[in-house]
Structures are given as C-alpha cells and as structure tokens.
Design a binder for this molecule. Sequence first.
Ligand SMILES: Nc1ncnc2c1ncn2[C@@H]1O[C@H](COP(=O)(O)OP(=O)(O)OP(=O)(O)O)[C@@H](O)[C@H]1O
Length: 327
Amino acid sequence: MRAMLLVNPKATTTNARTRDVLIRALGAAVELSVEETRYRGHAAALAATARAKGYDVVAVLGGDGTINETVNGLLNPVNGGDVPPGEEIPPGEDPSAGRPALIVIPGGSANVFARALGLPNDPVESTGAVLEALREGRRRTVGLGQALWEGQSRYFTFCSGMGYDAEVVRAVEGLRGTGRKATPARYVNTALRHYLATDKRHPAMRLTGPGIPAAEGVFMAIISNTSPWTYVGTRPVTPTPWASFETGLDLLGLRRMGPMTLAATIRQILTESDVLPAGRHLVQLHDEPEFTLTAERPVAFQLDGDYLGERETVTFRSTRNALQVLV
Ligand SMILES: Nc1ncnc2c1ncn2[C@@H]1O[C@H](COP(=O)(O)OP(=O)(O)OP(=O)(O)O)[C@@H](O)[C@H]1O
C-alpha cells in the first residue's frame, strides 16, 4: 500500500516530535512518502498529485484547514465521478473507490473533522487508532458538502456558514494574523464582542431549494455535513444534531438575533446533544441534497472554519460517498 503523508508544520499543535512518531509508525505499515506543506493551497496540490499517481492513501497531520485543502485536492477535478444530488448511486458504483483513502491525525486547534469521526484529540493516540484501522482494513465512507458560488466551488468536511458565525471566523482570522492563537476562549470572546457590531435589525438572506418551503428574513445560517458543528474545549456544540456523514446536508438558520433568542439557542446547542433546538425563529433542514442562500447584500461566508469573503448567493450540495476514511 502506497501512502503520502502531508504535514503542515505551521498547524497549531503540530511539532517535529509527533511528526517523527507518525512517520515511524506509518512507515512501518505502508510504503510512505512525506511532504511538508509550504504555503496555503499546497496540500490541495499535493493531494491531487497523489490521486493522479494512484496512491492508495493520503494521510494528513494538521488542522481542519489542511484537511479541507487535501479533500479538495482528492476530489479534483471538481465533480469528477460524483453522483448528482438527489440521484441514486447506481448499484455497484462507489465514487469514493476511485480516490485515495484519507487518514487524519489531529494537529490543528479544534480538529473538528477528526473528532467528529471519533478519533482522539491527540496525535499519538490517533496514530494508534489509525494503525489499528489499517491493520484491520477498517474504512468508513463519508459524504462531503459542496458550496458553489460565482463560478467557484469548494467541498467542506464538516460545516459552512453565512452571516454572524462567518463574521466571527473572519474576526478570529484577523487576530491570528497578529500572532494570537485560535483557542476556544478566543472564539467565545470574539463572538461576544462581535455580537454588539453585527446587524441584528435587517436580515439579509432567503433560503430556497427543490422541495423546500422558501424561508425569508434569515440573519445567519449554519450548514452541516456532520455533528457536532464544533467543540468548546471537550464540549460538543450541536446546532444540527441529526447531521451525519452518511446523510445529506442539515441547516440551522436564525430569523432573530435578539439576546433572548440567541441565549436560548446557545443553551440548547451546548446542552442537548441529540435534540433539535426548538424555537419560533429557527429555520431547520435535515438530510437535504441541495439548497441555496441568497442575500440582498454581501454576507460573510465561511467553510470548514476558513473565511471566504462576502457573498450574495451560495448553493450548498451534498456529495454522498465521496471519500473513504481509515478510522
Ligand atoms: N508552511 C505553511 N506556512 C503557512 N501556512 C501554511 C503552511 N502550510 C499550510 N498552511 C496553511 O495553514 C492553514 C491553517 O492550517 P491548519 O488548518 O492545518 O492548522 P490550524 O489552523 O492550526 O488548525 P485549525 O484549522 O483546526 O484551526 C491552512 O489553511 C494551510 O493552507
């Protein structure tokens, strides 16, 4: 079995020691080549090369950003071999089978994708779990989300968002640019501070989709490919508790941003991990193949925790059976 290991040396919790442990452990189990990412976008290029060269596995030591790039590289060309949304997968066909399988070892700050797959949030323990999966040939086929806007498209592994949450991601990225780390406390502080600045009076978005009743007046929307959406420390945050890698996309939208609505929703998504949040001002979707958010003015947009600018129209699609993950 041939595997390419991608290491992001700049990821928050990646260091030379865990990298070396991983190289030794994986190197004993598979024929391994190791690449360090040198710039933004490098992981996507390396993963696309691994696919073109017929590698069996691409392993990532890094955070959710590097995993996102890797996944996009593995699915390159965009839509290559995917089944259109809403259509049945023909019997005997599995789009994931034609791509290298993925291994993830958490080396970032939140490591949501790895943890949502059930991996320990520790690179050495995760290496042990992944080696066991390799030995036992244990694979899980996961679906991905895909966002499409203005002729561009990008896959996401766990979430996307438009509105307030993407504004918070943008603000935290700004702080990281000044050398500060993206800790859970920093996200919470930034979210609280930014709440004062966000527009709570003029909702910008409309939600539409095939077979979905149109919803107007949406301030913010979280789009999920799995649950949890994120973690605060060890606590899972579950705005879309029914979302899973095996189903279509879920959505939670807010039509009010007042402190009471927000406080009630936050309490529910922090404490009720299996129950849908309840509230008159919520918009919810579960297991949908496709929907579109259209904004009357440009709205902040994030994907897997990466801020992607302000957008007016973004379509979200589910891509089933996209990748096999050794887990
Ligand atoms: N050598 C490098 N120098 C600077 N940036 C890099 C390098 N290699 C990769 N990157 C970029 O760093 C970004 C962040 O990396 P990554 O997501 O792995 O770690 P993180 O930010 O610590 O984790 P998380 O996404 O969980 O917060 C990625 O978007 C990636 O493109």
